[in-house]
Design a protein around this ligand. Structure first.
Ligand code: SF4
Length: 338
């Protein structure tokens, strides 16, 4: 098995890709394509850990997400792009890793209790939800990824994966390399309401939103809470909307808006229209590409199936060694692992 630098990352198929996902992950994935051997996957099984009661959307979400990713610049010629459930080795390794993962490690994951509280409308007291980090570990170790692009807030998840990998190696030999975090500076993308942009808060702008939807959402955007009247001076440095200018507007426009805001020469209503135009200008080519891609779902399915075959090749090689290490390899030498 080649040991070139493999990067692995995935995204849960729980909805459309929003600007927070784009700037927090996807933009970076696109840039990594030329420097590493990248494996990117759509995590449909992970989506089931929270959305198991309503799975109907997951298949659709996966294809829409693929269109979002391709429209954003992921290239199936340069990266392996696949869907988790088409590579069943993820489930096999998850099962095997679950044998050696102490329960206490999972119960202590900080986001476990947080998510249960946050998604209180769903019953998350399931085996699958508790085991989510083990599945995540299987996703990474299956490809013997050397690097996992993470934001600072996900570093603890990766640390758990490293610990599970170390524990496996200590029992069965040196099978898995330790995946390292690939920290890349990502800008903070606030939601419409000033909290972190997140599907579960319903405060997102999606890559798939129409220009009218973007404009309507921008109208709802939180601004400087101290600016009550049009004649009050504003504070761009603390204004939620201005953070979008930092992402989407030229330096000149940022300077102009900030100056006019501080002198009360521009109203927030006008600025909301202005930022909507900036965001729409940014989204226009992505939107056009994704609409084009979604016209032919068979092509998308072909891309997923070809990517999944490539992923399965590497996954199969890993599982061959894992099964041998556990003395449960019943295949003849040279026999296909699947
Ligand atoms: S004018 Fe713009 S930057 Fe100033 S407070 Fe209003 S929305 Fe914020």
């Amino acid at each position: 098995m080649t040991n070139e630098n493999v990067v692995l990352s995935g995204m849960r198929a729980t909805g459309r890709i929003h600007l927070g996902n784009y700037f927090g992950a996807v933009k970076n994935w696109v840039e990594l394509q030329d420097r590493y051997r990248c494996f990117y996957f759509i995590a449909d099984w992970h989506a089931l850990t929270t959305d198991y009661a309503e799975p109907k959307q997951i298949g659709d979400n996966s294809l829409e997400m693929l269109a979002d990713l391709l429209a954003s610049g992921l290239d199936p010629e340069r990266s392996v792009i696949f869907v988790q459930s088409l590579v069943p080795e993820h489930a096999e390794l998850h099962l095997l890793l679950s044998m050696i993962t102490p329960l206490g490690w999972l119960e202590r994951v900080p986001t476990y209790k947080e998510q249960i509280k946050e998604l209180s409308n769903k019953d998350l007291f399931t085996y699958g939800f508790l085991g989510y980090p083990v599945l995540q570990t299987a996703d990474i170790l299956l490809y013997r990824a050397q690097f996992v692009p993470v934001g600072e807030d996900q570093a603890s998840h990766l640390e758990l994966s490293r610990e599970i990998g170390r524990r496996f190696n200590s029992y069965f030999g040196d099978i898995f390399p330790e995946p390292k975090a690939l920290f890349t500076p990502t800008p903070k993308v606030p939601g419409l309401d000033g909290r972190k942009m997140s599907k579960s808060y319903g405060n997102t702008i999606n890559l798939s939103d129409s220009p009218e939807e973007v404009t309507a959402k921008c109208r709802e955007m939180f601004t400087d809470p101290e600016r009550i009247r049009r004649t009050d001076v504003g504070h761009p440095e603390t204004c939620n909307l201005f953070q979008f200018h930092r992402l989407f507007s030229s330096a000149e426009l940022q300077e102009k808006v900030a100056g006019e805001c501080r002198r009360a020469q521009i109203g927030c209503v006008d600025d909301k229209r202005l930022i909507a135009d900036q965001i729409n200008e940014f989204l226009a080519p992505i939107r056009a590409r994704r609409q084009d891609l979604l016209k032919n779902r068979d092509v998308l399915l072909d891309i997923l199936s070809a990517g999944s075959r490539k992923a399965a090749e590497r996954a199969g090689e890993t599982m061959d060694e894992v099964r041998s290490a556990l003395s449960i390899n019943y295949r003849k030498v040279g026999e296909e692992s699947r």
